[in-house]
Design a protein around this ligand. Sequence first.
Ligand SMILES: Nc1ncnc2c1ncn2[C@@H]1O[C@H](COP(=O)(O)OP(=O)(O)OP(=O)(O)O)[C@@H](O)[C@H]1O
Length: 624
Amino acid sequence: MSLSPEESPNIIDNSNSVSKEKQAENSPYPSESDAFSVTDGNDSPVPKIQLVWEDVKFQVKIKDKEQMILKGVSGSANPGEFLAIMGLSGAGKTSLLNIIAGRIKSSDSSRVTGSIKANGVDISKMNFQKYSAYITQEDVLLPFLTVKESLMFSAKLKCSGTSYEIANKVDKIIDELRLGKVAHNRIGNAVVKGISGGERKRVCIATELVSEPQVIILDEPTSGLDSFTAEVLVDLLLEQAKKGKTVVSTIHQPSASIFFKFQKLILVSEGFIIYQGSAKASRKYFSKIGYKSPANINPPDFYMRILHITDRHHMTDEELETLEHLREAYNNVKDHKDQVLEYDSTHLDLVNVQQTQSLKKLGTLCKRSFIDGMRNPGKSHMIIMFYIVTSALIDLIFHDLGNDYDAVQNINGVLTFCSINSVMIANSSCSLTFPGEKVVYLKEYSQGLYGAFNYFLAKMFTELPVQILATLIASVMLYFPLGLQMEADKFFLFWLIIFLTFLTGSGLGYMIGALCDSENTASAASPMLTAPLMAFGGLYSNASAFKWVRYISPFKWSFEGLAVNQYNGMDFDCDPDGPECDPLDDLGFYNKLGICILAQIIYIIVTRIIAYIELKSLGAKAKK
Ligand SMILES: Nc1ncnc2c1ncn2[C@@H]1O[C@H](COP(=O)(O)OP(=O)(O)OP(=O)(O)O)[C@@H](O)[C@H]1O
């Protein structure tokens, strides 16, 4: 079946380039004179961007078998348009979206071929990220910040300008995305109550809009939203398109009222494009090729029924026939090359997302991390409360230890408790909060906003006040009621060792948090690592085969340090006829206090270096 150009869903032109007059005629395409819609902070023109991709193939290797996900697809996304990509689950929508966004490149296990151009320039040869924003299906936000804070920090990291200019920009975006009512509400997450799912998605979009991208790419932004909220979101994106931006989005089951708003629709089936044109024209097109949509059925639902495949690895003859028919009909719609418009490409390289100074970014990251940390119970009040409760409990059990030799066992018990407590609370607070925060880091790192070092430094630095305060409270609560050696330097060293113990625990936590991709994996991995370190750390087991473990156990260095500090210079009421009272000798602790503290410091540094290397390599992977 062959369709005439008038029936064709596409705006077709034989030439690859169209005249100004023709552009002007062909609404909604903007005219050449309208090719610069906005200016960046330095008043440089930011060109509108047309994306054109040709013969894109995406092949992956699964268990040594090659599988073609996209089978040579061509198309375009134009400024001023909302392009919706639809298809069955597994059809290849996200793959196409990610390739258009430049997020999938050839690797050992996959191959991408074909060309993707922005205003005629290959996106691999330009910094496409400068002009585009990618909004993932998952909301990547810090839950303890308010909407306005999230946008302010995002703008400070992405844009130059004075605080006043940035605040104005943020206010404008809050207005545009109708977030005014919730501007001072916390984002929240599955555990902490916050703004609604639709509002959260709008905040995600808003955090990207602060850098004024010309191309907005979204992966299923309406997933999980009710039809009304989804329509509000689509309307807001259409407003962005109206401003000359190029909006490309995969969409799952839109309602009819949303569907007919798409200026352009691409239907993907089994790695082929089987429709490309306006959503409104799609009904006529399908009707012409033999699939008349019943009046009472939502067109997207109808198309999904046509495209339905029970098992893509064993397609029935009927399914194969339908797919072949749809492909043939699509190929018969003349040439599917879209208009290549005369948008400016010479300015592409002139326009930069301004990089703010590294020190300024470090300041912004510190401030953001501090606010997030102070509001996150897992990183602030829970730690303090935990220390207060456990210290009170230890006081209750062991109060006034005394200084006869029988007290040694109790003192050892107290010091062991102190070591275990600090490692465990620090480790779990870090390993359980880090995987969630890391997602934000990976997104921003891949956008080139800052490096792993700045991020990690800000994080460690801003967590210090709570760590100092919590360990100090615990030290005061334990040291004096238990009657440990009443000397100022001894007390200070007691606190210092507890504080360093906390830092060794948090080092382990950072390592686990950096290596694990979710809180669940981290919570399983955490005891797997800490339990053997505790068991073979020399406190409980002296099994010779595992003697070496004690040297990499934070528990050993903490307990030994605390014991050396406590027992050195302590007078015992010993039996003059009995053996010599030397608890350190009994424990086999012969290291000087300085050695224990040095070992703790090395431990703190090494675990952080490992976490940093992992963060850096994750960031590099996310950037690819
Ligand atoms: N890197 C990859 N390695 C292996 N298989 C892949 C890879 N990327 C995509 N696929 C496979 O390609 C097919 C298409 O994936 P894609 O995510 O593009 O589908 P989709 O249409 O977006 O589906 P959904 O709506 O369910 O997200 C799926 O079967 C998926 O498992």
